[in-house]
Design a protein around this ligand. Structure first.
Ligand code: GDP
Ligand code: IMO
Ligand code: MG
Length: 442
């Protein structure tokens, strides 16, 4: 049973959605297993653009089952909006989407806590979260006392549970904010209960125990594609802490979040942009706070899918990606946004850091050390040629392929696909085809 995973190797938005959609026809199930509505995965098919937050990017293939596994944190109102927006586009997820009853539910108090905590500085800087309540929801999951799982919304004691949590949360919020949360209109227990009962009714047909379903799928030899959210450098344990998200967004999170044991994961594809971006706070050694960075932002349309925030842009950081590829057990790279680099005179790749005068190619564990890292660059010539119409390797300028191959060489993993635009058709397999890249033969 092949289990393949798509993981972003930078700080998110590497175009995982595009790659998952492209590979989906080779699989039986697509599984989202961590993160929540902080993710924004874009799939472009012809003149239609789909922006998905919780819903797996396999949803546009009706023959494939899409699973939202226990490690996800789910905002029921937001996923219903996603469902409605798909329905408006003629895609009906009710036939092929299943949500685990174990997922933890993002509640209004989580959003309020996220706002209050994000306004505070950590290490002199705001984390700059997506304000989707992700960190507070994961904290309550680990803390257990104030947690609500999707399955709880269908049980008799749901209202009582919400009332108890709201009372405690008002006190906690007052403590954090130093105000009187009693007056907080967002935290009216009766209103929340009635709103969430409405959500429960609409979500009911989607809810099941996905653990049994996935274990059966594995036993039946079905092919599974796991869709990572965020990027490996935002991993809670192994990323640029504390400027990270609250889940294991690198390859190490696949089995914990999905409930599928590690022995069934046999291929990991790392998705990278031809440059680097980051939204929110945190160290970013190759950031370009100049006209080149602005040009990359414009050409790459680097504005957040979820929040619309302008993304910070910089050169490709091979030190960071070599680390995240090793952390995630990556077998093949998918190099995205090659087209965005087309009109730069020269292109830089960061091959090492100089930290306090010492050169290293090891990614530091401490954000302050990373903040002091000065990038050491290798400079490659630009190719000054539009690649968006290319459909085979032969149509890509030699200098562009030299860049792609050099990236693979420094990272230590071969580039198996290059992407020259957002559309499905703008995807070129370097050596082989989609099946081979996906690890499903062919
Ligand atoms: P994800 O979160 O990793 O799925 O990525 P996002 O959807 O947040 O951001 C990727 C953006 O780049 C989306 O707007 C995609 O439509 C777009 N995109 C994907 N591949 C390419 C590419 O090769 N070139 C360009 N120019 N845009 C791309
Ligand atoms: P996709 O799946 C880019 C970033 C936020 C912030 C940090 C913590 O589309 O690649 P959070 O709301 O998770 O507590 O925010 O993580 N972040 C992302 N950045 N793409 C994402 O998802 C992200 N999800 C979270 O900007 O810096
Ligand atoms: Mg995104």
């Amino acid at each position: 049973m092949p289990g393949t995973c798509v993981i972003g190797l930078q700080w998110g938005d590497e175009a995982k959605g595009k790659l998952v959609d492209l590979l989906t026809p080779n699989f039986d199930l697509v599984v989202r297993y961590q993160g929540g509505a902080n993710a924004g995965h874009t799939v472009v098919i012809g003149d239609k653009t789909f922006k998905l937050h919780h819903i797996p990017s396999g949803i546009l293939n009706p023959q494939v089952k899409n699973i939202i596994a226990p490690g996800v944190v789910l905002n029921p109102g937001t996923i219903l909006q996603e469902i409605d927006s798909l329905l408006a586009d003629g895609v009906d997820p009710s036939e092929n989407m299943i949500i685990s009853d174990r997922v933890h539910v993002v509640c209004p108090w989580h959003i309020e806590e996220d706002k209050a905590l994000n306004a505070m500085l950590v290490g002199g800087e705001s984390i700059g979260t997506t304000l989707r309540g992700i960190g507070p929801c994961y904290r309550d999951k680990v803390g257990r006392t104030f947690a609500i799982r999707l399955g709880d919304m269908f049980r008799d004691d749901f209202a009582e549970k919400v009332r108890g949590i709201v009372t405690a949360k008002k006190r906690i919020l007052s403590g954090i904010r130093g105000d009187d949360a009693e007056g907080d209109v967002e935290l009216d227990a009766d209103a929340i209960i009635s709103e969430f009962n409405g959500y429960a009714e609409r979500l009911k047909p989607y809810v099941a125990d996905t653990n049994h379903l996935l274990h059966d799928a594995v036993a039946d030899g079905k092919k599974l594609l796991f869709e990572g959210a965020q990027g490996a450098l935002l991993d809670i344990d192994h990323g640029t802490f504390p400027f990270v998200t609250s889940s294991n967004s690198s390859g190490v999170g696949i089995t914990g979040g999905s409930g599928v044991p590690p022995k069934w994961i046999n291929k990991v594809i790392g998705v990278i942009k031809s440059y680097s971006t980051r939204v929110g706070g945190g160290p970013f050694p190759t950031e370009l706070d100049n006209e080149v960075g602005a040009k990359i932002r414009d050409l790459g349309n680097e504005y957040g899918t979820t929040t619309g925030r302008p993304r910070r842009c910089g050169w490709f950081d091979a030190v960071a990606v070599r680390y995240s590829a090793r952390l995630s057990g990556v077998d093949a790279l998918s190099l995205m946004m090659l087209d965005v680099m087309s009109y730069l005179d020269e292109i830089k790749i960061c091959t090492a850091y100089r930290i306090d005068g010492v050169e290293t190619n090891l990614f530091p564990s401490n954000a302050d050390d990373l903040r002091r890292a000065e990038p050491v660059y290798e400079t490659l010539p630009g190719w000054n040629h539009d690649v968006t119409a290319a459909r085979s390797i032969e149509e890509i300028p030699e200098l562009a392929m030299s860049f792609a191959n050099r990236v693979g060489e420094i990272v230590g993993v071969p580039v198996a696909m290059v992407s020259v635009g957002p559309d499905r058709a703008q995807s070129i397999f370097v050596d082989g085809n989609a099946q081979q890249m996906a690890g499903v033969g062919g």
